[in-house]
Structure formats: structure tokens, C-alpha cells
Design a protein around this ligand. Structure first.
Ligand code: DGP
Length: 123
């Protein structure tokens, strides 16, 4: 399942975005609502709706997102200091755009765990 989202419009240059990286399969652009000094979204040009839709046939496109992340980190001089990449899935994961994307956050020290919860139950 993959439907058109706002990210398809960015890929097709129908709406503007601040693009920081592009190759044949991958695009990266600044998040409209940055949560760190450097916050970009790295997406496959071929739409995949959620992590649940990743399979053996499209896994290389996901691997390419990490290759792009490593290049972007080096180009922007935060490879050594470090950074975080995260991909949200569906409602509990906080996904709002159903075209998979790596959030790449850099430029400050990240907290861990990424959320506060008083319960320590596991499933
Ligand atoms: P997520 O919640 O993981 O699905 O993240 C979606 C991100 O997409 C969110 O951080 C905001 C960003 N976003 C949504 N619409 C646009 C847009 O039109 N342009 C840009 N640059 N980012 C967008």
C-alpha cells in the first residue's frame, strides 16, 4: 500500500523544500518543524507507506537512506560528534506522513530515553 503524500509533491517539485541531498533513489530535505539545530528527513523517491511495508524487494531503498545519512553527516561536519536517526511507524510511533522517512537530528546532545514514562511494564 502506498498512497501519494505531501512528500511525493516535494519529490516532484510541486511544493518547495530545502533540499540538502539527492541521488537517483533518495531525497533529503529540512523538516518543516525542526526538533534539533539540524533536522532533515531522508526519504526514498519510491513511496513506501510504513516500516510494515518494507520487504526483501524494497529493502535496498531503506539501506540507501542510511548511506545518505552517513554522507550528509560528513558533508555537514557532525559525523564525529554524532547524531540520531529515527523512523516512526503508525500511530503509537508518532508517524504522521505515510511515506517512510528517516528523521536525522544533529547539532545537540540527544536525551535518552526519547520519552518519559512512569510505567516500566514490558510486552
Ligand atoms: P512523522 O511524524 O515521523 O511522520 O514526521 C513527519 C515530519 O514531516 C514532521 O516532522 C513534519 C514534516 N513535514 C510535514 N509536512 C512537511 C512539509 O510539507 N515540508 C517539510 N519540509 N516537512 C514536512
Amino acid at each position: 500500500m502506498s498512497q501519494e503524500t505531501i512528500f511525493t509533491k516535494i519529490i516532484n517539485r510541486e511544493i518547495p523544500a530545502s533540499i540538502v541531498y539527492e541521488d537517483d533513489d533518495t531525497l533529503a530535505f529540512r523538516d518543516i518543524n525542526p526538533q534539533a539545530p539540524f533536522h532533515v528527513l531522508i526519504i526514498p523517491k519510491k513511496a513506501i507507506a510504513t516500516i510494515n511495508d518494507i520487504n526483501e524487494d524494497n529493502a535496498h531503498l531503506v539501506g540507501n537512506l542510511y548511506v545518505a545519512a552517513a554522507k550528509i553527516a560528513k558533508q555537514n561536519n557532525f559525523a564525529d560528534d554524532g547524531y540520531r536517526v529515527v523512523m516512526n511507524c503508525n500511530e503509537h510511533g508518532g508517524q504522521t506522513v505515510y511515506h517512510i522517512h528517516l528523521h536525522m537530528l544533529a547539532g545537540k546532545e540527544m536525551g535518552w530515553p526519547p520519552y518519559q514514562d512512569t510505567k516500566k511494564e514490558t510486552i
